[in-house]
Design a protein around this ligand. Structure first.
Ligand code: GLC
Ligand code: GLC
Length: 829
C-alpha cells in the first residue's frame, strides 16, 4: 500500500494522506540552521548542535507520537483546522505534503479556504522561512483568523527536558511589533537569541504557553485562544515561553493573501549584546534590551514573496547543481530516482548530522561519530569535497597520537566526548577509507600534508599522513592470540562487547569496564574481531597506495606485508569452512561458527573478506557468498546473524539483549547489507547484487509502505528480520551509514563508476537483462558522458573501453584534466 508517489521531475515525494504509518519527515537546512519537519509539520529546529543549541522544543516518544512543531491554526467561523491536519485533526477537504530538496510544502483545504505553507531554510541563512498562502476558493467572502505557534526550547535540549526545578523559572521574551524574541539566559551567559516574526501587522500574540492553550489540561489539539478566535496577549515570565502571532484576515472570493513567517537564530558579539535605547513599542520586563540588528537584517532578507521566491530558486539551483555531478539513466526508474535524487540527498543529511537528530535519535545522546562521520563521507565526498576535507580535519583532530580515537565529538565544540571515550577497535580504519576516498575523488594529495593535531597534543605539528600511519598501526599493534585485531569495547557492531560481562541493570555495554579487564587496560587481550581483520585488509591497500604515490616504497612494502599477514591469519584461524567467523570471545571461543548453538553466521566480516580476496584461491569467496544467501537472505533483505540469539550470552555483551529479529540481533541492518551488495558485484554476480540492492532500497519498498512504515524515499538503519514479530518493518530512518554505503554499492560497485587514485574506474556488475545504461560523472574538473552497452547480456566484464573514440587498456579512464566533456564508451562481454 502506498501513501503517496514520487514526483521525479520536481525531485519530490508527494504524500497524499496525513495518516502515514509513521511521521514521514524531511530536513531543512544544510549549513548551520537545521529543521526537522514531518508531513504534519511536527519537528524542531536547532543551530549546528541539536543538543546545545536547540531552538524549538520537541517531546520524543510522545503520545500521540509526533506532537509539537511549528503549527498554523485557522479559525474559520468556528471551524478550527491546521493546514497539515495535526494537531487539531479536523478532517480536511484536501491535503498534500511535498517533501523536496531542502523544502517542504504542506497544503490543506477546508470549506473553500486553501492554505499552502512552504517551509525552507535558505542557503547561508540561519532561519526557517514559512510562507503561508491563503486563498479563498469559495464563492463568498471569508473572515477568519490565523494563529502561528512555536514553542521555545531553553537552548540545552538535555537540560530542557530534565531540569525543571530551574527551567520552569528562567524563560524570558521580548516583543517588538510583529516579532517575538526568545532571550532566556541571554543577559547572563549566552550571546544568542531566537525570534519568530511575520511580515505584517498582527492583531495580537501569545508568548506564554498556558495562556495560549487556556488551561494546563489542554493540549496542542485544543488551544482555547484559537477556539475563541482571539489571542490573549500573554507575556511569558518563566514557565514555558512560546511564540504565537494572531492575525485576522478577510478574503473576497478568489482572493489570496501571503504571509511570511521567519523563525530565526542570531548571535551577538560580547560588546554588542545590548541595545542602548528602549524603543517605545518594545514589550519587556527587563532593564536591558536585546540588540536586534542581526534579526532586523535577517527579517529584511525574506520579507516579500519575491525575496522568498528568489531564496527558493537559489536553493533549488544549489540542489540541481549538486545532483548534476553524478546522474544515471538505467532501465530501472527506481534505481534512477534513488541514485539521482534521494540517496544523494540522504547522504548530504547524514554528512551534516551524523547520528545526532532524527525521529529516532533525540539529538541529545550523541554528537558526531568518528566511525559514522568517516563513513558518511564515502557517499558525500563528490558533492562538496571542500566540506568533506574540513570534516576530515575536524574528525582527525579528535584522534589520539597512538591512533586511538574518541568515538564521538560535539559539533559545536569539536571536542571528543569523554563520557563515551574510545577503544572502539574499528574506528581508526574508517579514517583511512574516508581520506583515501577524498583523494580519489579530488586528486588533492595536499590533504596529507595538512596540519592536523592530535587530541592529546593539541599544539603539536602533525600531518594528516601521520594520522593515517597511526590509524593503520593501531590495528597492527593491537593483535590477539591468533594475530587478529583485538575486539576492544566493540567494533562496527556496537553491541558485540566482548570485554563487558555485564549482569547489572544500567551499565553501558560500551563504556562499562569489567573489573576483570580493568588491570589489562579496559578490555580483553584475548577477544579478537574478525570483522576488523577483514576491514583492515580491505582498507589497507588504500594506505599502501598512498605511500606508493608518495614514493615511500619501503613503508608501502612494510604495510603490504602486514596486510598479507592479516589475510593469512584470517584464513588460518577464522575461516569456518563456508564463511568467516565473527570473533573470538574473551574465553578464546569462536563466535559466529558452525559450532555455536545460536548466531552461527554473521554478516559483517564476510563482504570485506570477499573483497579482500581472502582465501579466494580456495574458493572462500563464493562459499561465503552462498552461505549468506542460504542463511541470511530473506524477503526484506539480509539479516545480521543467524540463528537469532534467544538466550542471553553474557560474554557477547549487548547483542543478545535484543529480541530476535531486531537491531544487531538478526535485524536486517541495512548498512552492512551494502557490504554484501558490493561483494556480490565485486565477485561478478550482478544478479545477486541487484537482488539484495532492490530488497532494501527505499523506492522499492514504496508499494509495501504499510509494512515498511518508514519513509519510502530514505534508508533506515534497520528492518525487522525474519525472526521478528514485525518482519519487514523499517525503523530508525534517515541517519544511518546505510545512506553512504548504498550510494557506494549502487554507484561504484553495481553501476561500477568508481574514483581511483589515477582515474575513474568504469566496471559495472549489473543484471544481465539490462541492455546497458548511461551515466554522467563530473570528475576532477571534467565531465564524462558514459555509455555502457551490454550486447551479450553478461553481468560483468569490460570487453572494450574507449575515451573520445580512443581505445583504453583496462577499465580506468585516465584523468583528462582539460575541463571538457569526454565520451566514454564501454562494451561489456
Ligand atoms: C549504529 C551506529 C553505528 C554502528 C551500528 C552498528 O548504526 O551509528 O556506529 O556501527 O549501529 O552497531
Ligand atoms: C548503536 C547501536 C545500538 C546500540 C547503541 C548502544 O546505536 O545501533 O543498537 O544499542 O549503539 O549505544
Amino acid at each position: 500500500m502506498k501513501f503517496g508517489y514520487f514526483d521525479d521531475s520536481r525531485k519530490e515525494y508527494v504524500i497524499n494522506t496525513p495518516r502515514t504509518p509513521y511521521p514521514w519527515i524531511n530536513y531543512l537546512g544544510n549549513q548551520g540552521f537545521f529543521s526537522l519537519i514531518s508531513n504534519t509539520a511536527g519537528g524542531y529546529s536547532f543551530y549546528k548542535d541539536a543538543r546545545l543549541r536547540r531552538i524549538t522544543r520537541y517531546r520524543y516518544n510522545n503520545v500521540p507520537l509526533d506532537m509539537g512543531g511549528r503549527y498554523f491554526y485557522i479559525n474559520d467561523n468556528g471551524t478550527v483546522w491546521n493546514p497539515g491536519w495535526s494537531p487539531v485533526k479536523t478532517e480536511l477537504d484536501a491535503y498534500e505534503c511535498r517533501h523536496g530538496m531542502g523544502y517542504t510544502i504542506i497544503e490543506g483545504k477546508k470549506n473553500g479556504l486553501k492554505a499552502e505553507v512552504t517551509f525552507f531554510v535558505p542557503q547561508n541563512y540561519d532561519g526557517e522561512v514559512q510562507q503561508v498562502v491563503l486563498t479563498n476558493e469559495g464563492a463568498e467572502a471569508k473572515d477568519f483568523a490565523i494563529f502561528s505557534m512555536a514553542e521555545w526550547c531553553l537552548w540545552d535540549a538535555q537540560d530542557d527536558c530534565t531540569n525543571f526545578q530551574r527551567n520552569f523559572s528562567t524563560g524570558r521574551v521580548e516583543i517588538e511589533g510583529s516579532t517575538i524574541y526568545h532571550v532566556t539566559e541571554y543577559r547572563d551567559r549566552r550571546n544568542h537569541y531566537a525570534f519568530y516574526t511575520v511580515n505584517d501587522e498582527i492583531d495580537g500574540y501569545d508568548t506564554d504557553r498556558d495562556a495560549f492553550l487556556g488551561s494546563i489540561y489542554n493540549g496542542w489539539e485544543n488551544p482555547e485562544t484559537v477556539k475563541a478566535g482571539k489571542a490573549s496577549n500573554s507575556f511569558a515570565d518563566g514557565w514555558s515561553p512560546v511564540a504565537s502571532h494572531y492575525k485576522k484576515i478577510t478574503l473576497a472570493p478568489g482572493e489570496s493573501k501571503t504571509l511570511i513567517y521567519i523563525l530565526g537564530y542570531a548571535e551577538n558579539d560580547q560588546d554588542k549584546k545590548f541595545a542602548s535605547e528602549k524603543p517605545a513599542n518594545l514589550l519587556t520586563r527587563e532593564a536591558w534590551v536585546l540588540n536586534k540588528e542581526k534579526a532586523y537584517a535577517m527579517i529584511d532578507k525574506y520579507n516579500t514573496p519575491e525575496k522568498v521566491a528568489a531564496g527558493l530558486a537559489e536553493l533549488k539551483a544549489t540542489w540541481d547543481s549538486l545532483l548534476s555531478i553524478f546522474k544515471v539513466d538505467t532501465p530501472d526508474d527506481k534505481v534512477n530516482r534513488m541514485v539521482n535524487i534521494w540517496n544523494q540527498y540522504q547522504c548530504m543529511v547524514t554528512f551534516n548530522l551524523s547520528r545526532s537528530a532524527s525521529y529516532f535519535e533525540s539529538g541529545i545522546g550523541r554528537g558526531m561519530g568518528f566511525r559514522d562521520s568517516n563513513q558518511d563521507i564515502l557517499g558525500f565526498v563528490h558533492q562538496i569535497p571542500e566540506r568533506a576535507r574540513e570534516r576530515l580535519i575536524d574528525i582527525a583532530s579528535t584522534q589520539l597520537s597512538d591512533g586511538g580515537c574518541y568515538h564521538q565529538y560535539q559539533p559545536l565544540t569539536k571536542k571528543g566526548n569523554a563520557d563515551i571515550g574510545g577503544d572502539f577497535s574499528d574506528d581508526p580504519l574508517w579514517m583511512i577509507l574516508s581520506v583515501a576516498s577524498y583523494i580519489k575523488e579530488t586528486g588533492d594529495w595536499g590533504i596529507l600534508d595538512a596540519n592536523v593535531p592530535f587530541d592529546d597534543d593539541p599544539e603539536g605539528k602533525h600531518t594528516m599522513l601521520e594520522h593515517l600511519d597511526v590509524s593503520f598501526y593501531h590495528i597492527v599493534n593491537n593483535l590477539g592470540p591468533h594475530g587478529l585485531p583485538l575486539a576492544m569495547r566493540a567494533d562496527w557492531n556496537d553491541c558485540i562487547n566482548l570485554s563487558c560481562f555485564s549482569d547489572t541493570p544500567g551499565e553501558s555495554f560500551q563504556t562499562y569496564t569489567n573489573p576483570k579487564f580493568k588491570a589489562e587496560g579496559g578490555y580483553s587481550k584475548i577477544a579478537e574481531s574478525v570483522f576488523v581483520a577483514a576491514l583492515f585488509t580491505y582498507t589497507g591497500p588504500a594506505y599502501v597506495g598512498i605511500l606508493e604515490h608518495l614514493g615511500k616504497a619501503d613503508e608501502a612494502a612494510k604495510a603490504q606485508a602486514e596486510i598479507d599477514k592479516m589475510k593469512k591469519n584470517t584464513m588460518d584461524s577464522a575461516f569456518d569452512g563456508d564463511w568467516f567467523l565473527r570473533a573470538y570471545d574473551a574465553n578464546g571461543e569462536k563466535m559466529g561458527s558452525k559450532e555455536c548453538e545460536e548466531g552461527k553466521i554473521f554478516i559483517e566480516p564476510q563482504g570485506f573478506a570477499v573483497m579482500s580476496e581472502i582465501g579466494k584461491e580456495e574458493g572462500a569467496d563464493i562459499k561465503t557468498l552462498n552461505a549468506i544467501d542460504k542463511y541470511l537472505n530473506c524477503d526484506y533483505g539480509l539479516v545480521l546473524n543467524n540463528p537469532a540469539f534467544t538466550k542471553y550470552y553474557i560474554q557477547y555483551g549487548e547483542i543478545s539483549t535484543y529480541p530476535g529479529g531486531y537491531k544487531e540481533n538478526a535485524g536486517i541492518f541495512t548498512h552492512n547489507n551494502a557490504w554484501i551488495i558490493c561483494a556480490e558485484a565485486y565477485a561478478g554476480r550482478g544478479e545477486k547484487a541487484f537482488e539484495y540492492y532492490s530488497k532494501i532500497a527505499p523506492a522499492f519498498t514504496e508499494e509495501t509502505s504499510d509494512i515498511h512504515k518508514t519513509e519510502p524515499y530514505v534508508y533506515g538503519q534497520m528492518i525487522g528480520g525474519k525472526d521478528a514479530e514485525n518482519f519487514g518493518q523499517g525503523k530508525n530512518s534517515w541517519l544511518t551509514g546505510t545512506a553512504a554505503w548504498n550510494m557506494v554499492a549502487i554507484s561504484q560497485y553495481i553501476l561500477g563508476v568508481k574514483p581511483e587514485f589515477d582515474g575513474l574506474r568504469v566496471d559495472p556488475s549489473i543484471p544481465s537483462a539490462w541492455d546497458g545504461f548511461t551515466a554522467t560523472r563530473q570528475f576532477r574538473g571534467d565531465t564524462y558522458e558514459i555509455t555502457i552497452k551490454n550486447p551479450d547480456h553478461v553481468n560483468k566484464g569490460v570487453k572494450k573501453l574507449t575515451v573520445d573514440g580512443v581505445d583504453v587498456e583496462g577499465c580506468i579512464v585516465p584523468v583528462c584534466g582539460d575541463g571538457a566533456t569526454h565520451k566514454v564508451e564501454v562494451v561489456l562481454g
